[in-house]
Design a protein around this ligand. Structure first.
Ligand code: WT7
Length: 631
C-alpha cells in the first residue's frame, strides 16, 4: 500500500512515521498472512503465554462454529497481569484514571494484579466459579477493569451492561444471561450530576430473578438502598481475610467462554455475543500492537466505555496484553468546559487517542480555540471507530487535533468481530472516510443480492470470507440464531449487516447498516428495542422506529406511534413517551421525534416497512413496494 499514485485525496505518512512503525512494511505483512493465515496467527499466538500449546490453530470441522487454538491452555487475565508482574513492567503504570470531579488514581501492574486477585477471591467467596455468569453495571472507574479481569481469572463469564442503559435493558440482560452475581457502582459522575446506577439496578432486580448477590462499589457515596443478605459493599469484603492477594488461577481452555456482550440485532431481543479466552486474546493483542503501534513508553487513551466492545478489546484486554499504559476518564468530554479532553491529553501526555466520529463532531462544534489552548504535541497517533467518519470531521481531527502529523486509524469492526477488521496501519496512505483495507490475513468482499462481487465503486453487502481468531463463537444460548443471522444469506460467508463500496485502489468505504440497526452517536440500537419500550407504555398500541441523518449523532431516532383507542394525542404525551423510552432502554435511546399516526406501512405478512417511512421523511423514492399491504 505504499503506492504513490492512488486516486482521490490521499494523505501519505511521513518517512519518520513509517521508519518507526511496528509494521513499517504493510505489503510484506499482507504477503505473509495472505499465503497462510493459520500460520500467521499461530506465530502471533506464540508471543503470548500458554500453559499448554494448542494442537491446532484453526478447527473448521463444524462450520460456522469455528474454533481457534484448540487443545491450548491459557488464561487471558494471566496474560494481562501475571506475565507483566514477573518482568520490568511490575512497577509500570497499567492504568491512569481521572474522575469527572477531578479525582485521580494511578495503578501499577503490581497494584492492578493485587486488586484483581483480591476481587477474584471476593467473587469466589460469593460462590462464583468457572462458567458462572456475572453481570457488571458500572461507571468508568478502575473497578470495572478489575471486575472484568477478576471474572476472567476464575473462569467466570462476564456480561458488562453499559452504564448508559436503563431498567428494562438491564433486566433483560440479567435474565437472559442467568447471572448469579451483579456488580454495580452506587453511582457515576456525568455532566456534574450523579447517574443513580444502584437505584436503576434495584428497579431492574424487581423484574428479574436469579441474582443471589449484588456487589456494590462505592464511587459517589450518596445514600442508597442496601438489601440485607443480598447487597454487599465491595470495600468491606476486600478488607476481610478471605480477600488475600493470592488467588489460584483457573487455567482455561482456549475455547472456554470469556465474556458475552449484548448487542442489538435486526429483530427481537438483544443477542449475547460470545467470545473466548484464546482467539480473542491473540486477535486483540496483535491488532492493537500493529494498528495503534503501541510502544513501551506510550500513554494510550481509548475514550470509549468499557461497556461496549471497543472498551473490552481496546481499553481492557488489548492494552494490558501489550503491557501498555492506558488512560481512562470517567465523565463527559465537555465537563465543565469543552476543553476537558484536550486538557487531559496535555496533562497526562497522551500519545495515542482513540475515539468516535460523533465525539469529534461534537467537539468540533465548539471551535478550534478550545483545542489550541492546549499543548497537544505528545499526540502521535489518532483513531476513529463506530460509524463512517465524514471527511470534514476527519480533516478537523487531522489538522486541529493532530497538527497534521498524526495518522488517523479509522478502524471498522463490530461486537461480533472482537477486533479490527478493516483498518490502516501508521505506514499506510490514508483517504478521509475510508478504513483502507482488511487487516492482513482477512479476506473481505462486497456482494450483490446473489452473492456475486460487485464492480468497483458499486454499493453492495460487506462480507467476510475467512475466519479470524477473535470472531464471535455463537450467540449465547441461541446457536440457531447465530447461523441464521450471520451465515445464512451467503452460505459459508459472514454477513456483516453493512453496505460498502470498494474503489479502484481497493480501499473500502463503509456506508452504513442495511438492517434495522440504528447507530446513534456510534451506539448500536435495534428498532425492536425502541419499539417494544414504546409499546410497553399503557397508551401505545403500535410503534415503529427509524434512524434519520443527524449532524452530530450520525443518526437520530424518529418514531411513529399508534395510540390506543380513546387516548388523547397531546404534546405532553409525546414528552412522557420519550422519557418512558429513556427510563426503559436508556437516555441514548430517547427518540428525537414522536409522530402520532393512524396506520403504519406494512407488508402483507404484517412486517413494518421501515424503509417506506424513511423514504417519506427524506423525500426519496421508497423503492420496490410490491409487498406493501394497502388494504
Ligand atoms: C457497526 C458495529 C466495534 C466498535 C464499535 C461498534 C459501524 C464501526 C466503523 C467505521 C464505518 C463503522 C458498522 C458496524 N462501524 N466502525 N470505522 N466506519 N462504520 O461496534 O456496536 O458492534 O457496531 O458499527 O455499521 O457494523 P458495534
Amino acid at each position: 500500500m505504499s503506492s504513490k499514485d492512488l486516486h482521490g485525496e490521499v494523505f501519505y505518512p511521513s518517512e519518520e512515521v513509517v521508519k518507526n512503525a511496528n509494521v513499517p512494511d504493510w505489503d510484506a505483512l499482507q504477503k505473509e498472512a495472505g499465503e497462510d493465515y493459520e500460520k500467521f496467527w499461530g506465530k502471533r499466538a506464540e508471543e503470548l503465554h500458554w500453559f499448554k500449546k494448542w494442537d491446532k490453530v484453526l478447527d473448521d470441522s463444524d462450520k460456522p462454529f469455528y474454533k481457534w487454538f484448540t487443545g491450548g491452555k491459557t488464561n487471558i487475565a494471566y496474560n494481562c497481569l501475571d506475565v507483566h508482574v514477573k518482568t520490568h513492567r511490575r512497577n509500570k503504570l497499567a492504568l491512569i484514571w481521572e474522575g469527572e470531579n477531578g479525582d485521580m488514581r494511578m495503578l501499577s501492574y503490581y497494584r492492578l494484579h493485587r486488586e484483581t486477585c483480591k476481587f477474584a477471591n471476593v467473587l469466589r467467596s460469593l460462590g462464583v466459579s468457572k462458567g458462572d455468569r456475572v453481570t457488571i453495571y458500572m461507571g468508568r472507574t478502575p473497578e470495572i477493569v478489575m471486575a472484568m479481569l477478576a471474572c476472567a481469572r476464575i473462569g467466570a463469564i462476564h456480561s458488562v451492561v453499559y452504564g448508559g442503559f436503563s431498567v428494562e435493558a438491564l433486566h433483560e440482560r440479567i435474565e437472559d444471561s442467568k447471572s448469579k452475581v451483579l456488580i454495580v457502582s452506587d453511582g457515576a459522575y456525568l455532566r456534574g450530576k450523579i447517574v443513580p446506577l444502584k437505584q436503576i439496578a434495584d428497579e431492574a432486580l424487581k423484574r428479574a430473578g436469579g441474582i443471589e448477590h449484588v456487589l456494590v462499589v462505592k464511587r459517589t457515596g450518596q445514600d442508597i438502598n442496601m438489601e440485607d443478605g443480598r447487597d454487599l459493599w465491595l470495600h468491606e469484603l476486600m478488607a476481610l481475610p478471605i480477600a488475600t492477594q493470592n488467588c489460584a488461577l483457573e487455567i482455561t481452555d482456549a475455547e472456554d467462554p470469556l465474556f458475552m456482550l449484548y448487542t442489538s440485532g435486526t429483530t427481537g431481543k438483544p443477542k449475547a455475543i460470545l467470545h473466548t479466552h484464546g482467539g480473542y486474546m491473540v486477535g486483540t493483542y496483535t491488532t492493537l500492537k500493529y494498528v495503534f503501534d503501541i510502544k513501551e513508553e506510550d500513554r494510550y487513551w481509548c475514550a470509549a466505555d468499557p461497556g461496549w466492545i471497543t472498551g473490552h478489546s481496546y481499553i481492557v484486554y488489548g492494552p494490558l496484553l501489550n503491557g501498555a499504559t492506558s488512560f481512562m476518564y470517567e465523565g463527559a468530554p465537555t465537563h465543565p468546559y469543552p476543553n476537558r479532553w484536550w486538557n487531559l491529553v496535555e496533562k497526562y501526555g497522551i500519545n495515542i487517542l482513540y475515539t468516535a466520529p460523533t465525539a469529534i463532531r461534537g467537539l468540533m462544534r465548539f471551535g478550534d480555540a478550545w483545542v489550541n489552548r492546549h499543548d497537544l504535541s505528545s499526540l502521535r497517533l489518532l483513531g476513529s471507530v463506530g460509524e463512517p467518519i465524514n471527511p470534514e470531521a476527519w480533516k478537523w481531527y487531522y489538522k486541529v487535533v493532530g497538527n497534521e502529523k498524526c495518522p488517523i486509524m479509522d478502524t471498522w469492526w463490530q461486537t461480533e468481530t472482537g477486533m479490527f477488521m478493516i483498518t490502516p496501519m501508521p505506514s499506510v496512505p490514508l483517504k478521509p472516510g475510508s478504513g483502507t483495507k482488511p487487516f492482513p490475513g482477512i479476506e473481505m468482499d462486497i456482494f450483490d443480492e446473489n452473492g456475486n462481487p460487485v464492480k468497483d465503486n458499486e454499493e453492495g453487502y460487506l462480507v467476510i470470507k475467512t475466519p479470524w481468531p477473535a470472531m464471535i463463537r455463537t450467540i449465547y444460548n441461541d446457536p440457531d440464531r447465530y447461523v441464521e443471522q450471520y451465515w445464512k444469506k451467503y452460505p459459508g460467508v459472514y454477513m456483516t449487516g453493512d453496505s460498502a463500496k470498494r474503489d479502484e485502489d481497493g480501499y473500502i468505504w463503509v456506508i452504513g447498516r442495511v438492517d434495522d440497526v440504528i447507530k446513534v452517536s456510534g451506539y448500536r440500537l435495534g428498532t425492536a428495542e425502541i419499539e417494544s419500550a414504546l409499546v410497553s407504555h399503557p397508551s401505545v398500541a403500535e410503534a415503529a422506529a427509524i434512524g434519520l441523518p443527524h449532524e452530530v449523532k450520525g443518526n437520530a431516532i424518529y418514531t411513529y406511534v399508534i395510540l390506543k383507542q380513546g387516548v388523547e394525542p397531546t404534546e405532553e404525551l409525546k414528552e412522557t413517551l420519550k422519557n418512558h423510552v429513556g427510563h426503559e432502554v436508556g437516555p441514548i435511546a430517547k427518540p428525537q421525534q414522536i409522530k402520532f399516526v393512524d396506520s403504519l406501512p406494512k407488508t402483507r405478512s404484517g412486517k413494518i416497512m421501515r424503509r417506506v417511512l424513511k423514504a417519506k421523511e427524506l423525500g426519496v423514492d421508497p423503492g420496490n413496494l410490491s409487498t406493501l399491504d394497502e388494504s
